[in-house]
Design a protein around this ligand. Sequence first.
Ligand SMILES: Cc1cc2nc3c(=O)[nH]c(=O)nc-3n(C[C@H](O)[C@H](O)[C@H](O)COP(=O)(O)OP(=O)(O)OC[C@H]3O[C@@H](n4cnc5c(N)ncnc54)[C@H](O)[C@@H]3O)c2cc1C
Length: 467
Amino acid sequence: MSEIEKFIEHLQLDGIPLAHLSTRPEDLQKYGRDWSTQNPSHPCCILFPDSIEEIQKMVLGARKYKIPLVPSGGRTGLSGGALAPNGEAIVSLERMNKILEFNPIDATLCCQAGVITQEIQIFAEAQGLCYPVDFAAKGSSQIGGNVATNAGGIKVVRYGLTRNWVAGLRVVTGTGELLELNRSLVKDATGYDLKHLFLGSEGTLGIIAEVTLQLTSLPKSVETLLLGVSDLECIMKLFRLFRNETRLMAFEFFTDLALHLVRKHNGLPDPLPSPCPYYLVVETEGSPRERILSLFEKAMESGWLIDGVISENAAQTRDLWRLREEIGEAIIPKEPYKNDVSVKISRVPDLLREVDTLIRRDYPDFQVVWFGHVGDGNLHINVMKPEALTSSEFQKRCEHVNEKLFQVVEKMGGSISAEHGVGITKRAYLHHTRSQSEIDSMKKIKDVFDPDHILNPGKIFINNKSF
Ligand SMILES: Cc1cc2nc3c(=O)[nH]c(=O)nc-3n(C[C@H](O)[C@H](O)[C@H](O)COP(=O)(O)OP(=O)(O)OC[C@H]3O[C@@H](n4cnc5c(N)ncnc54)[C@H](O)[C@@H]3O)c2cc1C
């Protein structure tokens, strides 16, 4: 009997129902993949716990038989964090999909980790409240995955990251112990706030089982604009204007090439009468329309804008957002190699220029689609695969680009991964953003919560201890 067979038998003897584990090839295929495309994944089995007790039994069994576990949410991750490249067992949280409690006075919601992000938004709205972390994958991603990646998205400029909205966590560590972190207190000055260690831990420290979220009030008087801009300096001037004069909710960016591809994909009409090099989707809250119109006029008179449109109704707002949010989907057929970097907001034009020059000079056959969250300094760089290259040739060349790209990012004091995590795809480049002593400290923290390296080994760091 192999160790895996012994592990599965052990789980069954320990009371895990047969329906909560699978080795069916279609499940291995489905749950073995996330949205990253470059790395293999061969899980030995898929586990579907439906309670904290079952998660604990699975972790204890995995420790006994030395079977590494990969926590898995909605599998929308873009860095390979939920892949099982070395025959690991995947722990899918999909059965743990219940909203457990809503407290109207605290404005908190407690749910299991497998609840889909959008369901939380819908639930909050039905209570007259808002869960404000918002991004294109919300219809598939799970709240546990959002916590594990500290997800950002399109409204970070107003509401910050997932971290800002987590009031409490229940987490099963690599020893099988259950930690109850922060218990939804607004104030708790009793030492280290361990909750924050699990935000962005990418499944390497514990399996997030339950999350308590802080909700906020619904935004009022929201205005959405699409602006066409001729140069990067003007983008910064517009950012300053809207940030200073309004409560800015979103400040999103894409290029003419991105617009061309997304329109080809979704068939939406051109939003402006003539093409512009750059586009912004800007959203404000709480300012009357007249105020937004006067800012728009000021920007036009100052020559910061080529043209623009202010949404007149909900359908138009949705369509303007589709032009930004469906870019990721639109470029899939071009097998993009994705990078997700950040710098200080004021350095965005320098970064864009320098990387553009680098790619044009050294990789003239590469076409790059830029888009991202300029309002928080985060740009997505998507290199399209030239038809002449095979997928593996393309990947090798992109890895060459990475070295040069990340040197630029490092020089500018930026990050090699703004919000998509490190996973597998960025682990070789961690040193461009984190010092050796920071990396050593992170590894020591992993040893505390997961001494046998049962949880997601080989993610974030290359040389994790493994069996
Ligand atoms: C079209 C598209 C747009 C996107 N836009 C954004 C964006 O704007 N901002 C942004 O931040 N991200 C974005 N992403 C990336 C992705 O959606 C986020 O990283 C999301 O938070 C991942 O959640 P998930 O449930 O899909 O996690 P998964 O992909 O399943 O897992 C991601 C990581 O979290 C770990 N994990 C998952 N669940 C748990 C758990 N319960 N306990 C412990 N660890 C766990 C996994 O091991 C893995 O390391 C986008 C992705 C796509 C495909």
